[in-house]
Design a protein around this ligand. Structure first.
Ligand code: V47
Length: 372
């Protein structure tokens, strides 16, 4: 049976028929299509379609990386309402700051475990200088030259440029010269100003977030990008967010991966107490795979989805599981129920059980080992 007949005969939502035709013929989906996909109850057709798109891009492969997260400080001037990790008060019992030696020790442990990547993000510390941040990158690069340093979200780059009194471009060049390898995608949240005013009123807006990524891409630095969902946003605001990313990717081609981040609801000032549902998680992964036709990879981030949904999502359009992580703080301060680290063998098992082929990768998706 031809794939179009197979999917159409299976589909129980007539609203999806024109979208099925578009996806199977490689036509780009519109804003309205995105809304229809979020509103469907036919989750299995959505999954089949997204998996079709995933297989066009990466076949049966699902990627993971041996990495470590390092969050050098949680002291942050921003005071975002959704964030349970950061504190604005240096005397808060949960406030911490790491020394360069502590950071180096964490990188050294990561290398001893076979890590190829450190992923560094943290607070906008009111007393740290640009040199303090730069020295984190230099210390790691000088001691562990083979480790890829994925560090500092666009929000941090904006802060560092104001500390250094340099343009975004000059700031990124200085960081790149110190050893920065790529930018992580945090800080995107939801681009809509209505949502930002509620959840992150002091954070840079979407235009600056995307401008910084574009400048990074033009300097040859790849980056990832994210969307924090499951708080106060609407489906329209999610689709708008994804389409702004798609437009940027059309210009630069510099995003490697999109990561939907499921909101973890404990210890926040938003008054939201519920975790996202499994259906919402799977829909969000699938819709992102279908709308973001120019982004190579969609990440099923086990930390925030939990292992079980993250595994099922590999049949709903996701083709990446992030990695071993080794020490997760941001989601766990906010009540994440997942482990704080993974063994490589466990990731391989989760991927194989989903009937996919695990591929250990580096940060830029070069394959290191295929677990056939
Ligand atoms: O920027 C904060 C989000 C981000 C919560 O680039 C929360 O490959 C859920 O961006 N519930 C940091 N999310 C993590 C991040 C990330 C993670 C893994 C891989 C990559 C990548 C990026 O976490 C923050 C914010 O958007 N966040 N608090 C919370 N309560």
């Amino acid at each position: 049976m031809k794939i179009v007949e197979e999917i159409t005969s299976f589909c129980t939502d007539k609203n999806l028929f024109p979208i099925i035709d578009k996806v199977l013929s490689g036509e780009r989906l519109s804003f309205e299509d995105g809304i229809k996909l979020f509103n469907t109850n036919d989750i299995l057709t959505l999954g089949k379609l997204a998996n079709f798109k995933k297989e066009e891009k990466s076949g049966k492969y699902v990627y993971f990386v041996i990495n470590r997260q390092i969050n050098p400080t949680n002291i942050c001037t921003l005071d975002c309402k959704f964030c349970a990790f950061a504190t604005i008060d240096k005397n808060d019992p949960k406030a911490y700051e790491m020394s360069i030696d502590e950071i180096k020790a964490k990188a050294e442990y990561a290398v001893s475990q076979g890590a190829t990547e450190v992923h560094i993000v943290g607070g906008l510390h009111p007393d740290w200088s640009f040199e303090d941040y730069l020295n984190i990158i230099k210390a790691i690069k000088q001691n562990f030259p083979n480790l890829h340093i994925k560090a500092f979200t666009a929000v941090e780059i904006d802060y560092l440029s104001s500390l250094a009194k340099l343009s975004y471009e000059e700031t990124l060049i200085a960081l790149k010269e110190a050893g920065l390898g790529s930018l992580p995608g945090g800080g995107a949240e939801i681009f809509a100003p209505r949502v930002r005013r509620i959840i992150a009123p002091n954070k840079i807006g979407w235009k600056k977030y995307l401008e910084i990524h574009k400048i990074a891409h033009n300097l040859g630095l790849k980056s990832t990008t994210t969307m924090l969902y499951g708080h106060v946003e609407t489906f329209e605001e999610r689709v708008d967010h994804m389409l702004k990313i798609r437009e940027t990717q059309d210009e630069t081609g510099g995003f490697t991966c999109f990561i939907p981040l499921a909101f973890q609801p404990e210890n926040n000032d938003l008054g939201k107490k519920e975790h996202t549902s499994g259906i919402d998680d799977l829909k969000t992964i699938a819709v992102s795979r279908l709308l973001l036709d120019n982004i190579p990879h969609i990440k099923s981030y086990w930390v925030m989805l939990g292992e079980k949904i993250a595994q099922v999502a590999l049949n709903f359009g996701a083709d990446d599981m992030d990695g071993t992580v080794m020490e997760e703080k941001i989601a766990h301060f906010a009540g994440a129920k997942s482990p704080t680290q993974q063994q490589k063998e466990r990731l391989v098992k989760l991927i194989k059980e989903a009937d996919k082929i695990p591929v250990e990768r580096d940060t830029l998706y070069n394959p290191i080992k295929i677990y056939g």
